[in-house]
Design a protein around this ligand. Structure first.
Ligand code: SF4
Length: 414
C-alpha cells in the first residue's frame, strides 16, 4: 500500500514507473545495473529503506517449471540485485516466498538458481518450512477479509518489495505486482482467498501487507495460459515503481491490455491504493510504445483440445484446480494418452452436475465439490494431485504414466 507521503507527492506529481531494457539473456552484472537504473529513475529507495530495516524481497516461486526459459518463476538475479542494494543501504534483506497450494517451495528453491544464492550466503527462505510461523494481519476496510493469514515474516518486515514475473493469468488476465502478494499468504489463506473472492481479497491483502516497492521481472515472461503453463516471451525488461497500481497499470499496457481490463488493478485503484490513469503516470526510461508487445490472452490459448472431452470450471474454481487439470491434460498429451479423453466430462469448483450427461462419464474434482454432486469418479484434494486426475479420467483402461514425479501413484499423498 502506498504511504500518506506518496499520496501527498501524487497530488503534485505523477506516479513514476521506470522501464529499463536489457540485452537478451542478461547476466547478473547487467541485471544489477538495470535494477539500479530503474530505482534511480524513480528517485531511489532511501526514502523507504532505512538502515537496520528488515526488508522482505518477495519473488514468484509459484510452481515448476523453474527453468529460466520457461518464464514461470522470478529470475534469481533480480532479488539478488535488490538484496545487494538493500544491504548497501545498511538494511537486512531476506528473499522469501511460498509457492502455490500443494507446491513444495523448497523444491522450487533446490531446483532453481535460488539454491546458488543460498550457497553464496543470501537469506533465501521457504515460508512454508515452519508451518506454525503464521499470523493474522488486519486489512484496512477489507471488502472480503477483516484479517488475512500470512507468514510471520511478513509482520516482522519493515518493508515488503513485490518482485513478480510478468505473465498472463488464466483467472486474472495478468499477474504482476499486486497479485504476487498472494505468495505471502499461508496455504490456508490462499484457499480462503479463492473461495471467498480473489478480486477484492488480493486488494484486502495489499492493504494488510503495505508493499512499498515493486520491481518486475519482465525478462522472459509468459503469454497464453499462464501463470505456469504459458508460452515464454522474451521482453528483456525491468519495470519498477513505488506505486504498485501504477506499475501494474503500466505492465498491463506493456502486454496489450487496457488497464481497465485488469480487475485487480481497477479494484486497487478504486480503493485509493494507487494510480491507474495513464495520464497520471510518468513513464521513465524506455518508451512504452517501443517495447510493448501484445500477449496472447489466456482464453486465446488452448494447449490441449480434444473433441468429445468437456472441461467445466465453476466461477469459484481457483488456480489450484485450473492448473491441476491443465497439468493433467499436458501429462496425458506427453504420455500419448489423449485418446482416453473423449466421452469424459471433468468438473471443478463446486458447480451442479450438468443435465444430459451420464453420471458415470463425469469426473468431479476437489474439496469444493459438494458431497451430493461428487460422482463415483470423484478426485479428492485441494488441489488434487494431477496424476490422480489422470487416473480418474483413464479409469481401468491403462496405467497412469508419471511425467514429473518420482513416486509411484500408490505412494502419492492423497
Ligand atoms: S478444491 Fe480446487 S478449486 Fe477448490 S479451493 Fe481447492 S484447489 Fe481451489
Amino acid at each position: 500500500m502506498i504511504t500518506n507521503s506518496v499520496i501527498e507527492d501524487m497530488k503534485i506529481s505523477k506516479a513514476k514507473v521506470a522501464i529499463v531494457k536489457t540485452n537478451s539473456s542478461p547476466d547478473y552484472p547487467e541485471i544489477r545495473q538495470a535494477v539500479e537504473k530503474a530505482l534511480d529513475l524513480i528517485g531511489g529507495v532511501q526514502d523507504i529503506i532505512q538502515p537496520g530495516h528488515l526488508v522482505l524481497i518477495n519473488p514468484s516461486w509459484v510452481a515448476p517449471p523453474v527453468e529460466r526459459e520457461a518464464g514461470c518463476i522470478t529470475l534469481p538475479e533480480i532479488p539478488r540485485a535488490l538484496a545487494d542494494i538493500v544491504q548497501e543501504l545498511g538494511a537486512r534483506p531476506v528473499i522469501a516466498e511460498s509457492s502455490a497450494v500443494g507446491v513444495d517451495s523448497e523444491k522450487v528453491i533446490q531446483d532453481s538458481g535460488y539454491q546458488q544464492l543460498r550457497e553464496m550466503g543470501y537469506a533465501v527462505v521457504d515460508l512454508k518450512k515452519n508451518k506454525k510461523a503464521y499470523v493474522t494481519l488486519p486489512s484496512e476496510n477489507g471488502k472480503v477479509f477483516e484479517v488475512l493469514e500470512c507468514w510471520e515474516l511478513v509482520q516482522q518486515a519493515d518493508v515488503v518489495i513485490s518482485v513478480p514475473k510478468l505473465k498472463t493469468h488464466d483467472q486474472t488476465e495478468m499477474t504482476c505486482a499486486i497479485k504476487k502478494l498472494k505468495g505471502l499468504l499461508t496455504d490456508k489463506g490462499k484457499r480462503a482467498m479463492h473461495q471467498e473472492g480473489l478480486f477484492e481479497g488480493v486488494v484486502d491483502l495489499m492493504t494488510a501487507v503495505k508493499p512499498k516497492l515493486a520491481v518486475v521481472d519482465a525478462i522472459i515472461c509468459q503469454e497464453g495460459v499462464g501463470p505456469i503453463f504459458g508460452k515464454p516471451v522474451e521482453m528483456n525488461l525491468i519495470v519498477a515503481g513505488k506505486d504498485l497500481v501504477a506499475v501494474d497499470s503500466t505492465c498491463a499496457r506493456l502486454i496489450g491490455y487496457k488497464p481497465a481490463e485488469t480487475l485487480l488493478t481497477v479494484n486497487a485503484a478504486a480503493r485509493g491504493l494507487g494510480i491507474i490513469d495513464t495520464d497520471k503516470i510518468e513513464i521513465l526510461g524506455a518508451s512504452l510504445d517501443k517495447v510493448k508487445r501484445r500477449f496472447l490472452r489466456s482464453i486465446e490459448d488452448d494447449p490441449v483440445k480434444v473433441e468429445g472431452f468437456r472441461l467445466i470450471h465453476a466461477e469459484a474454481t481457483c488456480t489450484g484446480c485450473r492448473n491441476t487439470i491443465m497439468s493433467a491434460l499436458i501429462d496425458m498429451r506427453n504420455a500419448d494418452q489423449l485418446m482416453y479423453l473423449p466421452g469424459v466430462t471433468v468438473i471443478t469448483g463446486g458447480t451442479p452436475l450438468p443435465e444430459g450427461i451420464p453420471r458415470d462419464e463425469i469426473v468431479t474434482v476437489g474439496l469444493c465439490m459438494p458431497e451430493e454432486s461428487r460422482t463415483e469418479r470423484h478426485v479428492q484434494g485441494c488441489p488434487p494431485n494431477n496424476a490422480l486426475v489422470v487416473q480418474a479420467i483413464i479409469g481401468g483402461r491403462a496405467e497412469v504414466k508419471r511425467m514429473y514425479a518420482e513416486e509411484s501413484l500408490d505412494k502419492t499423498e492423497q
